[in-house]
Write a new protein. Structure first.
Length: 289
């Protein structure tokens, strides 16, 4: 037969009554054989009673907190916790329902995160060039104006690099467009590995590319352009000895906001003019104003 337990608050009251009876008896002895004034005995009784009540209350609350934490942990771990007396049944059922709802909410949050990540990945995939996997020109025109507006409001520079493969038509005529596509795919990987995660590498058209550098002065853009040229020089492209210069090279033009212009259209025009000057100067060059 299972042993029945009294509710915790009943045990507390019984313990306090017994303690108060003993205290009263002890104070009665003191009052009659030690103290001559009954006022002091009464005051002492009241003070000691209050201290005893507070001590028992603190002990009971602390014990109930510890018991609650232990039972809550066991329930969260899926362990069956027996109900000791009737008034805990409602509490246990409410606690079980709360835990179940929290688990459902956790599943909903995880599902929401997964769907959000999938949507972001699919949304980014839409704006990628099918061959090079760089961003498209349309995506640049969608994102860049927002970044430029933020930069102008905060007084932060933005710089653009326009890049073009030198003598690419000459290469295509001799090795074909399929091999030319392989070269562009390899070049796109070099470009992505040469910039920050916050920068945009864009296939602007054909063999022409654009690097959008937010929060970047022109001095930093020049450093990026040189780093790209060095990476291209180290890369082994397919049949690059066919190029007139014996290897693949890039011409790069640089323009910046606000030193050269104030909007995206002016930024691209300035960078394109600098690229044209790089082509005229003998190619494989970096030009900026």
């Amino acid at each position: 037969m299972a042993k029945k337990h009294l509710p915790s608050y009943v045990s507390l009251l019984m313990g306090m009554v017994c303690a108060l009876v003993l205290l009263q008896f002890f104070l009665f002895i003191i009052a009659h054989y030690v103290m001559t004034f009954p006022v002091w005995s009464t005051l002492l009784f009241v003070v000691c009673g209050m201290i005893l009540f507070l001590a028992f209350s603190f002990y009971w609350l602390q014990r109930q907190k510890d018991m609650f934490l232990v039972r809550f942990r066991r329930i969260c771990e899926g362990e069956e916790v027996p109900v000791r007396f009737q008034e805990e049944k409602h509490f246990e059922s409410c606690l079980q329902a709360l835990i179940q709802r929290l688990k459902i909410l956790e599943n909903h949050v995880a599902l929401h995160k997964a769907l959000k990540q999938k949507y972001q990945e699919e949304n980014v995939e839409i704006h990628l060039d099918s061959m090079t996997k760089l961003f498209t020109k349309e995506y640049l025109y969608k994102v860049a104006p927002i970044e430029i507006s933020k930069a102008r409001a905060m007084g932060i520079p933005i710089t653009v690099l326009m890049l073009d493969v030198d003598n690419f038509k000459y290469y295509n005529d001799r090795r074909g467009h399929l091999r030319g596509d392989e070269v562009l795919i390899s070049l796109a990987k070099v470009l992505k590995n040469s910039i920050r995660a916050t920068d945009l590498a864009v296939r602007y058209g054909g063999e022409e590319f654009l690097i959008f550098l937010p929060n970047s002065p022109k001095k930093y853009a020049i450093h990026v352009a040189r780093r790209i040229q060095e990476a291209v020089e180290r890369e082994d492209f397919a049949d690059e000895e066919v190029f007139p210069q014996g290897r693949l090279t890039l011409s790069i033009g640089i323009a910046s906001i606000p030193s050269d212009c104030y909007d995206l259209r002016g930024l691209i025009e300035k960078a394109d003019k600098a690229l044209y000057e790089a082509k005229r100067s003998g190619k494989n060059a970096i030009i900026w104003k």
